[in-house]
Design a protein. Structure first.
Lengths: 121, 115
């Protein structure tokens, strides 16, 4: 598709189970972000991938959270041993690589998916 | 450390009114600023992207300006409509490499346009 695709759109799981959330970025976008948004809260940065560089994992809240990006495209966010406080909407975004052109450095527009709503019972 | 602030946190206006949403940032060394709209239960939709070399961008009834030296951006919405009701967020991109992909989000302004 033309936009960022996330699946599943909704996931209900029991406390202690593992979950995987998938993000399919826009084709050709080198940058991929994961954010978390709890009810009524702002965006919480989780992890950032840029091309083949080592990901910035500084936002992952605990070692139960991990993410990978295979072949520089699809990304999977894994939450192990889920807790009730993990309940939130997980948002993925992608953008193209910055480039230089007349006028200076131009950076990519960020496009978001619709999110995956996770509910941990 | 870059910090992004959006004021007001919430705004309610009657339909047809022109309005301005504010975004301020502490570090003027940015490479872009982007405005988004978020409807309840939805992802973020990009509205306007302003590169650091630009002063403003326009799309339909929306106009976003950027003043790097004062660390401010405004989103102007003309002739507001009930369909404009949503939360509006700004995000600032600054630096290279480092944490968070160098994107810092404000907490948003929740806009309600009354018919």
């Amino acid at each position: 598709g033309a936009g960022v695709s996330q699946s599943p759109s909704n996931k209900v799981t029991e406390k202690g189970k593992d979950v995987e959330l998938r993000c399919d970025p826009i084709s050709g976008h080198t940058a991929l972000y994961w954010y978390r948004q709890s009810l009524g809260q702002g965006l919480e940065f989780l992890i950032y991938f840029q091309g083949n560089s080592a990901p910035d994992k500084s936002g992952l809240p605990s070692d139960r959270f991990s993410a990978e990006r295979t072949g520089g495209s699809v990304s999977t966010l894994t939450i192990q041993r889920t807790q009730q406080e993990d309940s939130a909407v997980y948002l993925c975004a992608s953008s193209s690589r910055p480039h230089f052109r007349q006028g200076g450095l131009y950076t990519g527009e960020l496009f978001f998916g619709e999110g995956s709503r996770l509910t941990v019972l | 450390k870059q910090e992004v602030t959006q004021i007001p946190a919430a705004l309610s206006v009657p339909e047809g009114e022109n309005l301005v949403l504010n975004c301020s940032f502490t570090d003027s060394a940015i490479y872009n600023l982007q405005w988004f709209r978020q409807d309840p239960g939805k992802g973020l939709t990009s509205l306007l992207l302003i590169q650091s070399s630009q002063r403003e961008q326009t799309s339909g009834r929306l106009n976003a300006s950027l003043d790097k030296s004062s660390g401010r951006s405004t989103l102007y919405i003309a002739a507001s409509q009930p369909g404009d009701s949503a939360t509006y967020l700004c995000a600032v991109g600054s630096g290279w490499g480092g944490s968070q992909g160098n994107l810092i989000f404000g907490k948003g302004t929740k806009l309600s346009v009354k018919p």
